[in-house]
Design a protein. Structure first.
Ligand code: NAD
Length: 505
């Protein structure tokens, strides 16, 4: 009799990564992970208990005592090795992103590429951590400052960039000599777990980067644990505010990036083809689930009709389908609940008088995934919920105004201030906009002005809480604290050391 081959379960367990090893949670709590393109459950995620988090913190704390003293030269070599590994595994990471997030493969590859920028920036750690020195501040007195790591720091990340947002955080944090605990989104945890495994493979000591999966229980424990010195958060505005307030109340340094409602102003002199191409890619790329997505086009004056027509023509051609299909240009939404929520916004907007130019509801895709077609709404007003709320789906609103001044007023009155863009051929107007626009990142004929890895990313108003923006130079500042030494070494006259030449006295 032959032994029956055990049937391989299609549902993969996903565990924490603590001290370099997979760790099964002791909580007994689990969360399903879905493939949004098929609607099927593909994973079962451990949700951390308080003791799981404590184990990760102990590991990170023990690792910090060693890691902080590892030479800059060694840290740099390890970071370069990690950069190479991530680069070589880009496609594997992208597959994991597409499988659990749903974005099309080209988007997933783009996400890895943007994440790599942050690792490359961290490779320059010896330059970033150089101190400053003032000699002869007074007679015999020199002053110098260095930047010291903080200790154990934590990162809590959203579902929409499961690899890139962690890359915004841990490479710089670790380069600075900290150890890190990552708490990824519970919706798409495989890519962040994999990039942490690659860090072990690159040769970083165990405990330098730990991953705990979980929900509010894990987040709350990270925010209250006394051995955690700082928290980086990226996610929705209500949770960003909560994390900022609780973390700060517990004495931690916190940077908490929140949601967005990004406006793209189009002036009458704009290149309409360019503006329409950009509006379509920035509104519907990654099914609108980007914090820098364009959510509102502000059409100024007579540009409205031709612009809406040009956006419509392009949007109609968008191919919606599973992210693994090379012909798909837009994938599904993250969950069935989110699909329902976005669909409701469209219905409410229509009821309140918005004109549906293209309706993505009821799109037919040959799977039972969470698909919504690209939707274009014209004549949206500022009282409609589709304008006041962050939708985070493939819905582009067009608000029509008469003047540039009205357009910048819209931005000023918006509670968010992540990104803003203007499309115009007028250099003077563009220059004026970069001053007037009430947002942290501005695009001039660029719809999604996500800064390169050697600048820093961050919005204003309800899009970010805390003093420092994320990654780049501000990231290095966030993950270090300065120490300043004032030294006095008087001229060695009368000292026991004979320098063999006359002294000043
Ligand atoms: P989210 O706020 O629901 O979740 C973010 C993280 O917080 C996750 O790790 C989640 O587990 C945790 N969390 C959720 N609810 C919690 C609670 N009640 N208590 C404690 N922790 C909790 O965000 P999301 O849906 O994963 O991501 C989408 C949001 O993130 C959008 O609002 C988007 O604009 C925003 N985002 C902002 C940026 C930025 O740079 N400003 C970048 C990416 C995404």
């Amino acid at each position: 009799m032959t032994a029956e081959t055990p049937k391989e379960s299609a549902i993969r367990p996903i565990h924490h990564l603590i001290n370099g090893d997979p760790v099964v949670s002791d909580s007994g709590r689990k969360s399903p992970v879905f493939n949004p393109a098929t609607g099927e459950q593909t994973g079962e995620l451990d949700l951390a208990s308080v003791s799981d988090v404590d184990m990760a913190v102990s590991s990170a704390k023990a690792a910090f005592d060693q890691w902080r003293n590892v030479s800059l030269a060694r840290r740099t070599k390890l970071m370069f090795a990690y950069r190479d590994l991530v680069s070589r595994n880009a496609e594997e990471i992208a597959h994991r992103l597409t499988a659990e997030h749903g974005k099309v493969m080209s988007d997933s590859m783009g996400e890895v590429a943007r994440g790599l920028e942050n690792i490359e920036y961290a490779c320059g750690l010896s330059e970033h951590l150089k101190g400053t020195y003032s000699e002869h501040a007074s007679t015999g007195v020199d002053v110098y400052s260095v930047r010291r790591p903080l200790g154990v720091v934590a990162g809590i990340t959203p579902f929409n960039f499961p690899a890139m947002v962690p890359f915004w955080m841990f490479p710089n944090a670790i380069a600075c000599g900290n150890t890190f605990i990552l708490k990824p989104s519970e919706r798409d945890p495989s890519a962040p777990t994999f990039i942490a495994e690659l860090l072990q493979e690159a040769g970083f000591p165990p405990g330098v980067l730990n991953v705990v999966h979980g929900d509010k229980v894990a987040v709350d424990r990270l925010l209250e644990h006394r051995d955690i010195q700082a928290v980086s958060f990226v996610g929705s505005t209500p949770i960003a505010k909560y994390v900022y307030e609780l973390g700060s109340a517990n004495g931690k340094r916190v940077q908490a990036l929140g949601g967005a409602k990004n406006h793209m102003v189009v002036l009458p002199d704009a290149d309409i083809d360019l503006a329409a191409d950009c509006a379509v890619s920035a509104a519907y790329g990654s099914a609108g689930e980007r914090c820098m997505a364009i959510s509102v086009v502000v059409a100024v004056g007579e540009v409205g009709d031709p612009l809406v027509a040009a956006i419509k023509t392009r949007t109609k051609k968008l191919r919606v389908g599973p992210g693994t299909n090379p012909t798909s240009e837009m994938g599904p939404l993250i969950t069935a609940e989110h699909l329902g929520r976005v669909t409701n916004y469209i219905s409410t907007a229509a009821d309140n008088g918005a004109r549906i130019v293209l309706d993505g509801r009821g799109i037919k895709v040959n799977t039972s995934g969470f698909f919504l077609g690209a939707t274009l709404l014209d004549d949206v007003t500022t009282e409609m919920s589709v304008y006041t709320d962050e939708i985070f789906g493939p819905v582009l609103c067009v608000v029509r105004v008469n003047t540039y001044h009205e357009a910048v007023e819209l931005l000023a009155n918006n509670p968010w201030g992540n990104g803003a863009a203007i499309f115009t051929r007028d250099g003077g107007a563009a220059r004026r906009f970069q001053e007037d626009a009430d947002a942290g990142m501005i695009g001039l004929n660029v719809p999604i002005p996500v800064p390169v890895g050697y600048h820093s990313f961050g919005g204003w108003k309800n899009s970010a809480f805390g003093a420092h923006t994320i990654y780049g130079p501000e990231g290095i500042h966030f993950y270090t604290r300065p120490k300043v030494m004032t030294t006095r070494w008087p001229d060695p006259s009368g000292s026991k050391v004979d320098l063999g030449f006359p002294t000043n006295q």
